[in-house]
Design a protein around this ligand. Sequence first.
Ligand code: BG6
Length: 516
Amino acid sequence: MNILNSPAPAAGGNGNHKNLEACSIVIFGASGDLTARKLIPALYHLFKDGLMPPTFRVIGFARREKTDASWRQELRTALDQFSRTKPVDDKVWAAFAENIFYCIGDLTDDAAYARLEKQLGTFGNPALRDNLLFYLAISPSQFGEVVEQVHRSNLLKRDGPGWQRLVVEKPFGHDLASAEKLNHELTRYAHESQVFRIDHYLGKETVQNILMFRFSNSIFERLWNRESVDHVQITVSEKIGVGDRGGYYEEAGALRDMVQNHMLQVLSLIAMEPPVSLEAEAVRDEKVKLLKSIRPLSLDDVAKQIVRGQYFAGSVGGEMRTGYRQETKVKPDSNVETFAALKLFIDNWRWSGVPFYLRTGKNLPMSASEVRIQFRPTPNVLFAAQCGSHLDANALTLRLQPNEGISLRFNGKVPGTTIGVRPVRMHFSYDAEFGAYTPEAYERLLLEAIAGDATLFIRRDEVETAWKIADSIRAGWEGRSLTNREFYSAGTWGPIAADDLLAQLGHTWHEPLVIK
Ligand code: BG6
């Protein structure tokens, strides 16, 4: 069964009622940050909410010397810090922790995999030996080695017994060629259907809501096309800078870090055609189709339609931030972008001629993600005398985070004896309606991977198509230093060039809505 058509949840509930089979979750790279910060807290909450399979084991595989007991203790300390519900429930933790084990070993050492294989056998239940979720919380350069090793140890097979799945994290390559190589390595001993590529944006409740909203409301779906929509703006802005991730960021930049994955995912959900069903392949077919209909960008198009930016020192919410070039592990003459704005066209029947503007950046004035559907204005023949040449057009805003909700902007008459027209808003808030319900994206994603539902994961052709788009942009930037119009002060909405981009068609960026 698919997450998107599972029974309606009670307010605040998860709404998954899957019959999950017993399985073991093997985390490679278990000593890393991700395990303590995200994976174990997510599994703990799934367990607490009664959503884990009745029988399961979690095995951490890493090089450092640890025992089951010392690892459990370490994870417990981390959970106190990273759990989304506090305090941690001691009884629940104790019951959960009994299922956690540690396997010491180097990723390149055959003997370590033999130990892992043996350990899985000691659990007694054949399902705990054969149903295996391998979570590769390791560098992509090690994927090939691990896949080969688990295959050789008889732990990864294409056709059973049981099921084996590989869950991988971003970054999934740094361009098309490297992504193709990773795909080749992952599928050397596994079917594509066994590979679960994570984009944590797809685990966000509000991102999933996009499909629900679009395809269950006739009043909006009818307007969701070039006849009614003037343009679309997708903003994912972050108040944080690159912090201590300078080294990683120098290799990534905003294009690889945010656009190739999260932003293009949101775009494809917003713009895709209705799938024939909510099954994984049907949904992913439509997302890929959408990505393939994005008009290819020539070098010349990149110069005209894509803007990059880099922050210099400035104040964000009263706090002074250093410039990107002064961050740790960043080259003092770096041209890496911390901001990107794109004008894309989708050359299909529905969206022909409608600009899609995407922007994302670090050290912007607020952390907010939203999609704004800007409708075409009415002919301004009736109110021109009173309102001047400009009558605000309707807009629908899907607020993804924070204050998840939907707002509709329309015009209303200003009360009084004169005919004054002014835009007003209607707000809907998920919290106010359903109560606060904020599971971490990883909870949903881990549950889906255990259940074997790939809807919320990125398919091979999807990741490769997204890289083709990112690569064409990078090619346009190659060897070009940043110009003055591409720098922005920390705490502002990006470089002037980003405003110029919208001005070409008479548009302006809209600041994300702040709903109190
Ligand atoms: C990650 C990026 O994938 O997403 C980070 O590597 C970014 O740079 C983060 O900060 C944003 O995610 P969220 O869930 O905070 O919007």
